[in-house]
Design a protein around this ligand. Sequence first.
Ligand SMILES: *Cc1c(COP(=O)(O)O)cnc(C)c1O
Length: 353
Amino acid sequence: MKITKATELKQKPDFTKLSFGKIFTDHMITMEYDESKGGWAEPEIVPYGRFDINPASCVLHYGQGIFEGLKAYKNAEGRITMFRPTDNFKRMNKSATRLCMPTFDIDVVVDALKQLVLLEQDWIPTAVGTSLYIRPFMIGNEDFLGVHPSKKYIFSIILSPVGSYYSGGLTPTKIMIEDQLTRASNGGTGEAKCSGNYAASLLGAEKAKKLGYDQVLWLDAAEKKYVEEVGAMNIFFVIDGTVVTPMLDGSILAGITRNSALQILRKNGYKVEERHVSVKEILEAGKNGKLEEAFGTGTAAVISPVGVIAYKGKEVVINENKMGKITEYLYDQITGIQTERYNDEFGWVVGVK
Ligand SMILES: *Cc1c(COP(=O)(O)O)cnc(C)c1O
């Protein structure tokens, strides 16, 4: 692979004071696609820097943009690993297909990513709760006006050393069920990790913030009866001893953390259900004292306890606004496997060196 090194390296940040996604490393991967040149070129490592984008570049107008998020770790012995990278790139290829973007060879991209992470290994923080966040993304980059799929694309991967996603760390979040705006509809792009879904979610998120909530819990667009997911996390409830999460039925993102949580719970004998979960059921369980826990799952925050859920101005407080047992168990298990404190029975951890 062609590697062009940066002539000057950046000053490393104070790794004890990392926030999320504000600092980027010295290098990145770029790989270009041009239909007229036979598709994808080889990936390259280049100095982190700006793209040259024409004002008519189609991504700026028609939004062909997808992304992924995964993490790399350096364990106590200095071994560098990534968590389930192939699953992220498989999902990215699915997102690409939904947005009429070209798919790519997963092995080529994982191999390039390993080389990038190795080159940037001094950027991997090691304190508890920190990691090197990996952001692959792809944009349509043909210059034209008029709607059709782009014939040129840029695939890129950038890296960012991160601390916890929410400034509060593991303190329970307050979420608001949005009963008017929707994020994704059946047949739409909810299942794709595309930039537009996030644009669609911003107004609801701002509304929630103004009312004192951290996140929005989205409902299904057709009936606004069933819970779907939180902004960048899938949602789980523990109702009367059973772990319940909305089933994947087209408008929910198939989270890799969600899948990891389900596999760990099932393997360890927990009662787990993937099905429709109505707002009514959650409110009733809250009233009857059967809503024992709620938490979100996502790469950025891993597991995020939910302490309060609000719906039409009324609040349900969960587990006295404290992190629940299963929530804590999953956080410990997943982060333990990720950082190799625990044995990886599932084959999720991929060594970079
Ligand atoms: C990325 C994302 C998630 C979490 O997926 P992970 O693979 O667990 O990181 C959940 N919901 C949405 C909308 C997302 O974009």
